[in-house]
Design a protein around this ligand. Structure first.
Ligand code: ATR
Length: 287
């Protein structure tokens, strides 16, 4: 029997470099929890080898993969089908193999929103404007999920304004342009006075990176502050927000929630994002 015909199911995460990924630990937990005969491993694949690797998934008997930096954008031409959400976000974070065809999707936007809804359950998308800091891939997942959820206005602030403006142009094709406004980096603090949610999608505040320097004095204390960084779990931004009474949301839940639908698609098992899995994955940050 070939690996493909056997019941053992193989999945993984593809990146370059890949050493830091918590995904094998996370999926490994759910595989064991549900007694599934499967495995999830990290694949270090150079960008120049991505096409060959992805096209050979069916032959390798791999039922699907997650994609991480820098492959989320590079993988587009190598897939047979790509769903609308992944196209809007401009990134594919998971691939599913079915009948030897490769299907690309994106669960980052789902993970972003599900984490927000769990940790700030009273926040309502339609209640007012939100501010997003950053204009990279993570910002795109946040923008799309918030606009799809009905947020009336997203204010986008990025150090390099032209990058944010580029996103404004892209999303004018899908949404009313009045709903996505690009602000000047220097006006960030003054743009917070009437928002319901502040999101950091940059790498600032991550271990080894400088903190995000921001004046929160105008931020309403009813606003939620969400940092997609999860190492450390409480960034300087979240600590400052918590100390002034804002509800805060860290980035670990986004990692957990984006993984759940991909796991279900590959292994046919719905999984829960609960304190036990969160605790287990968190331990992986310490090793
Ligand atoms: P990802 O796809 O994970 O979002 P990315 O594309 O590298 O990562 O984007 C990183 C984001 O962090 C960008 O918005 C970047 O701003 P620029 O477009 O100006 O580069 C932002 N960023 C990184 N370092 C920063 C810094 N020191 N100050 C302000 N913004 C920074």
């Amino acid at each position: 029997m070939t690996q493909h015909e056997s019941k053992h199911m193989q999945a993984g995460v593809v990146g370059w470099p890949i050493g830091h990924s918590l995904s094998p630990r996370l999926h490994g937990y759910w595989l064991r929890e549900h007694g599934i005969d499967g495995d999830y491993q990290a694949y270090a694949v150079k960008p120049e080898n991505l096409k060959d690797f992805i096209r050979s998934l069916p032959a390798q008997g791999i039922c699907g993969v997650n994609l991480t930096v820098p492959h989320k954008e590079l993988v587009f031409p190598f897939l047979d089908y790509i769903d609308d959400l992944a196209r809007k976000i401009g990134a594919v974070n998971f691939v599913r193999v079915e009948d030897d065809k490769l299907y690309g999707g994106n669960t980052d936007g789902y993970g972003f929103l599900a984490n927000l809804q769990e940790n700030a359950p009273t926040w309502r998308p339609t209640a007012g404007p939100v501010a997003i800091i950053g204009a990279g891939g993570a910002a795109r997942a946040a923008i799309v999920s918030l606009l799809e959820a009905g947020v009336p206005e997203v204010r986008l602030y990025n150090r390099t304004k032209t990058r944010a403006e580029k996103l404004g142009q892209i999303y004018a094709e899908y949404y009313d342009p009045a709903r996505l406004k690009v602000g000047d980096w220097v006006d960030l603090s003054s743009g917070l006075s009437d928002i319901t949610l502040l999101v950091n999608t940059t790498t600032l505040g991550m271990k080894g990176q400088p903190p995000l320097e921001i004046d929160l004095s105008r931020l309403p204390n009813t606003a939620v502050v969400y940092d997609i960084v999860y190492n450390p779990l409480e960034t300087d931004l979240l600590r400052a927000a918590r100390e002034r009474g804002n509800v805060t949301v860290d980035g670990l839940g986004m990692l957990l929630y984006q993984a759940a639908p991909a796991f279900a698609a590959w292994f046919g098992q719905k999984v829960k994002v609960d304190p036990a899995v969160r605790h287990y994955v968190l331990k992986g940050l310490e090793v």
